[in-house]
Design a protein around this ligand. Sequence first.
Ligand code: ADE
Length: 218
Amino acid sequence: MKKIQIISLFPEMFEGVLHNSMMWKAQQEGAVSFELINLRDFGLGPRKQVDDMPYGGGDGMLLKPEPLFAAIEKAKQNDPTAVVVLPTPRGKQWKQAIAREWSELSTGLIFVCARYEGYDERVTEVTDEQVRVGDYVLTGGELPTMTIIDSVVRLIPGVLGGETSAEIESFADGQTLEFPQYTRPEVFEGRKVPDVLLSGHHGEIARWRAENSPKIED
Ligand code: ADE
């Protein structure tokens, strides 16, 4: 079972995503387990402080190193070989090929969700990977973490349903996106399903699907 730990100041943001659909099914089937770690629990002093002003001046507050290090340490104690991931707009671009690699890793994953205007850079000394989900800035690492987790967990063997997905995956080889698909009715409000899909000709159908599968660009 793949263990995924998430360090966040807003663990409740994950509830909807982890308790529904494929992510929920994956947990029920024992393919993955999630643990949410509240960064606030590692805050300093009676006010559980997690942020502070940047040296050198500037707007906004930064996540302090002590709570981040302590939370990562806790997660590492739970799973010593886990890969520690920091979603950040300065990281390398997240890609399907990395999702596949990570889904095949025997080790767990620890996600460190930064918030506010940033984090003390020293945290990068205890993280293994920095990843960005796109060339835009979000207010925290939570949404990127959900995106990354979703794309990894669906590739863990047995998580996606049966032959259809296996078929798509083997055809797609991870480098092409799904082809367009249709279900009944054959004609809906005058819009017709492409004839080839009704032809029963498997070779023609495979060719049509290959031609209509957009490539994932690097
Ligand atoms: N945190 C804020 N923006 C981000 C992005 N685009 N990717 C990953 N983490 C982020």
